[in-house]
Design a binder for this molecule. Structure first.
Ligand code: ADP
Ligand code: MG
Ligand code: MG
Length: 251
């Protein structure tokens, strides 16, 4: 589904990503872990198409198309969901209205007819049940005054509605309690299908007690220095990152 090859990215002439290789296939959940400052959020931002980053080398192909040539909107239309693309507060615009616009943009780009009110509401009801979100939250202005948990629930609901092929979630360590993490984990587990893939960037070992990733990668100093299965996440929880740093230093 997505193939990242020798990806190098800089910000303000400082190289942050120094040759990332990653292949994600349909049906897989990949976790990206690593010490603070290793480049995890940079990788997620580059996949999102944020403009502050300069790609100096390498390639990213999504379903055989050059992802790096596409705008953030085009990426969304191709079926990529980037959670932090929409963390903004939008006064006066409810999640419902926001999603109606977003879904119909995606449908238009795919050559599908816009959903009418009846079908949109039917889809809403179905997905609300699926991810267990309250109607009241959806009527409020998007993200305005939302708690950490409400933001996460909303984000997972957006993901459920948009039915992306690939979801990239950057779970930063700011102000998220364990309940909010569980919401994310439940959502990822519920929405997983054999045709979709997820990349979860996480600062939290604990998230991986609830999401079972197929692969775990450790990013350190802008490179993936170790990959394994979920047992690697448990090893990191137990031993921390120092042994990885020592291994890298010994090379
Ligand atoms: P992580 O998510 O793994 O904690 P980041 O991708 O946020 O790491 O950051 C990687 C490195 O890039 C850090 O050294 C950080 O200081 C640097 N960095 C990130 N954003 C910027 C920026 N806007 N300007 C300068 N340096 C940045
Ligand atoms: Mg950080
Ligand atoms: Mg980060």
């Amino acid at each position: 589904m997505i193939s990242i090859k020798n990806l190098h990215a800089s910000i303000e002439d400082k190289e942050i990503l120094k040759g990332i290789d990653l292949e994600v296939k349909a049906g897989e959940v990949h976790a990206i872990m690593g010490p603070n400052g290793s480049g995890k959020s940079t990788l997620a931002s580059v996949l999102a198409g944020r403009e502050d980053y300069e790609i100096t080398e390498g390639s990213v192909t999504f379903e055989n198309e050059d992802l790096l040539e596409l705008s953030p909107e085009e990426r969304a239309q191709k079926g990529i969901f980037l959670a932090f693309q929409y963390p903004v507060e939008i006064p006066g615009v409810s999640t419902t209205n926001f999603l109606k616009t977003a879904i119909n943009q995606v449908r238009e780009a795919r050559g599908q007819k816009a959903l009418d009110a009846v079908h949109f509401l039917k889809l809403m009801k179905e997905k609300m049940k699926l991810v267990d979100i309250d109607q009241a939250l959806l009527s409020r202005s998007l993200n305005e005054g939302f708690s950490g948990g409400e933001k996460k629930r909303n984000e997972i609901f957006q993901m459920a509605m948009l039915e992306p092929k690939l979801a990239v979630l950057d779970e930063t360590d700011s102000g998220l309690d364990i309940d909010a993490l569980k919401i994310v984990a439940d959502g990822v587990n519920t929405l997983k299908t054999k045709d979709t893939a997820t990349i979860v960037v996480t600062h939290y070992q604990r998230l991986l007690e609830y999401i079972v990733p197929d692969y775990v990668h450790v990013l350190y100093q802008g490179r993936i220095v170790k990959s394994g299965d979920k047992s690697l996440a448990f090893e990191l929880e137990e031993k921390g990152y120092d042994w990885i740093k020592e291994e890298v230093a010994a090379i």
